[in-house]
Design a protein around this ligand. Structure first.
Ligand SMILES: [Zn+2]
Length: 425
């Protein structure tokens, strides 16, 4: 739709002058505000439709029936989660509340642009809630034009009320979640934030289900290495291809007297499961090593950026004097899918059976750099391995940066018995 058509529709919805709406809309769009947000902002500025008589009355709907085509609706629903977050909106900091609402028919995400004092478990009727599309799904916008009524009668819903979750079940986009975790690693860093230099904490959290990286944007004293804590109101973002837990000024951190149990191993998945999860911080897969790819064995890296150099050329730094290193990129197949396993210098030295200087001697003796990769391929191709590490998935495919790489040379009969025992358990 053209800007003019958008302005015309919005003006008629709001019952205000088209030229005025057009001016505002042009201004917002020229500041790179996305069209949906710009329209939402103007709806707030002019007061939304229903009361000004311009638009259609919002209809009461079941949550499952709300679609991105609805401009506004009225729903009665239970508040499942509430997360608080500060965002920069049109150049100003604004505190918003986000989470999920549900009725018997389904659940839906919401963003509240003001503090309605929502708590998980509340049953509310949100009158004239705006609807916008977010990644293909409808989302409710509760703003100035929304009337919010707390109902006395509690609505029964087939969903968990409250934000308590295990780390393994967290996914990018989650908000208002609570976790009970042990801080496994914690480092204080100074970063260049949106308001200049600022201190943050970053590290790794663990519970019985797994482990995930975290960032605390407003360092809490209770978060320190080894501490067991309950953290309320975290949100989850994707960082370098894996979910990351974000702790903010609105999170509360409670130190626990008892140590939280942390799983020793990584959750084992099929390659297909791991890849469709979109990325995992710590995961294990078992499969057959079917190929050692180019760029394995003795390689050269750019001294500036660490990228692999080909024919003395770095993709970003041009002609460079490459530094020798060891690496393996290999394809693992478990029958459900394939993943590229990446071994660092240490794991590569282990499978090769020698370190960097051995590899350099070897290549010099044979006058061929390729001999190192060839020898590695001879040792690992065709064998079954259990690989643990960090999985990232992007448009080029799935990469598993290995932290552990072990041949599963156990007796096939014993393996079958173990499998049967697992199936029966
Ligand atoms: Zn470079």
């Amino acid at each position: 739709m053209s800007l003019e058509a958008e302005a015309e529709e919005l003006a008629s919805d709001l019952g205000v002058d088209k030229e005025e709406v057009m001016d505002d809309l042009e201004k917002l769009v020229s500041y790179s505000v996305p069209m949906d947000e710009a329209k939402q902002s103007l709806r707030r500025k002019y007061g939304d439709g229903a009361s000004s008589g311009g638009g259609s009355e919002p209809t009461s709907k079941d949550v499952a029936d709300v679609t991105p085509d609805d401009s506004n609706v009225t729903v009665t629903a239970r508040v499942l989660t509430v997360g608080q977050r500060s965002i920069r909106y049109q150049g100003e900091d604004q505190v918003i509340f986000e989470g999920e609402l549900a009725d018997e028919s389904g659940h839906i995400s919401y963003t509240a642009w003001q503090d309605f004092d929502l708590s998980p478990g509340d049953t509310v009727t949100a009158g004239n809630a705006g609807v916008r599309e977010w990644e293909g799904n409808p989302e409710l916008n509760l703003g100035e034009s929304t009337t919010l009524v707390f109902e006395d009668e509690t609505l029964d819903v087939p969903y968990d009320v409250g934000g308590d979750r295990e780390l393994q079940t967290l996914a990018p986009g989650d908000r208002g979640r609570n976790v009970v975790v042990r801080v496994l690693e914690c480092e204080r860093k100074t970063i260049d934030g949106r308001d200049g230099e600022t201190e943050i904490l970053s590290g790794v959290l663990g519970d019985e289900s797994g482990r995930l990286p975290f960032t605390d944007w407003d360092p809490h004293d209770e978060i320190e290495e080894g501490a067991s804590v309950r953290i309320e109101d975290v949100y989850v973002r994707e960082f370098r291809g894996v979910p990351s837990v974000n702790v903010s000024e609105f999170s509360s951190v409670i130190a626990l007297g008892e140590a939280v149990e942390v799983a020793d191993g990584a959750p084992e998945m099929t390659v297909r499961e791991a890849v469709t999860s979109g990325g995992a911080f710590d995961v294990a897969v078992v499969g057959n090593l079917i190929e050692v790819r180019d760029g394995s064995g003795l390689i050269e890296r750019c001294p500036e950026c660490g990228r692999v150099v080909q024919n003395g050329q770095c993709r970003s730094h041009g002609d460079v004097d490459g530094e020798d290193d060891l690496r393996v990129k290999a394809i693992l197949d478990d029958g459900t899918d394939t993943v590229t396993v990446v071994l660092d210098d240490e794991l590569t030295a282990e499978v090769y059976g020698g370190d960097l200087s051995d590899a350099l001697d070897h290549a010099r003796d044979e006058m061929d750099k390729g001999v190192v990769a060839d020898e590695i391929a001879e040792k690992i191709v065709g064998r079954e391995y259990r690989v643990r590490g960090q999985l990232s998935v992007d448009e080029y495919g799935a990469n598993l940066d290995a932290s552990e790489f072990d041949a599963t040379d156990d007796d096939p009969a014993e393996r079958a018995r173990d499998l049967l025992a697992e199936v029966r358990a």
